[in-house]
Design a protein around this ligand. Structure first.
Ligand SMILES: Cc1cc2nc3c(=O)[nH]c(=O)nc-3n(C[C@H](O)[C@H](O)[C@H](O)COP(=O)(O)O)c2cc1C
Length: 165
């Protein structure tokens, strides 16, 4: 099975979760940023797991990313905007044939979120869901992850691998 875990991550929390999910899936899985997950890198993937942070109740928009670039506010470090948004990555995702799963990182258990839009984009490209979307929680607006979340991500990765077997 070829599995890729693709992420957008401005402060590293979603990237860390993506790496833990890939570990849980197994040695055949790779965690890739939206910049690394080129059409060639994901060609023939049987499973695409995709995740992003929730910003302002939704999948980060280009406007939100631009605002953060212009006005980083109280952020402990500048946001990593070196890779494209998950939105634009999904818009450019070539048609494929496989299964998918979506995840998000966030601080509050509030309505809205990123996974519905991620799931829609993956399905539109021909990747039907293999599991319910997952949320992973951080402690503050910029992280760090809550205790136990990396382990939960590894376990979810292992469940995804089992569901694909
Ligand atoms: C400007 C800003 C807006 C945010 N909006 C939300 C939100 O609406 N809901 C939520 O649950 N978390 C929100 N968060 C928390 C982020 O989703 C959380 O820190 C996420 O893990 C960041 O992921 P990253 O480190 O991969 O970029 C927000 C954080 C920032 C900095």
């Amino acid at each position: 099975m070829k599995a890729v875990v693709v992420y957008e991550s401005l402060w590293g929390n979603t990237a860390a979760i993506a790496r833990a999910i890939a570990e849980g899936i197994g040695p055949e899985a790779r965690a890739l940023s939206t910049a690394e997950a080129t059409a060639t890198a994901i060609a023939d993937a049987n499973l695409i797991v995709a995740g992003a942070p929730v910003l302002a109740f939704s999948l980060p928009s280009e406007k939100m990313r631009e605002n953060l670039r212009a006005n980083p506010g109280r952020a402990p470090s500048a946001p990593d905007l070196s890779h494209p948004s998950m939105r634009s990555w999904l818009d450019a995702l070539p048609q494929g044939h496989g299964r998918s799963a979506a995840f998000e990182t966030r601080i509050w258990w509030s309505p809205g979120g990123a996974t519905a839009a991620i799931g829609r984009g993956l399905e539109r490209a021909g990747y039907d869901p293999v599991a319910k979307a997952h949320r992973f929680m951080v402690k503050g607006a910029y992280g760090p992850l809550r205790d136990g979340e990396l382990e939960r991500a590894r376990l979810w990765g292992a469940e995804l691998a089992k569901a694909m077997a």
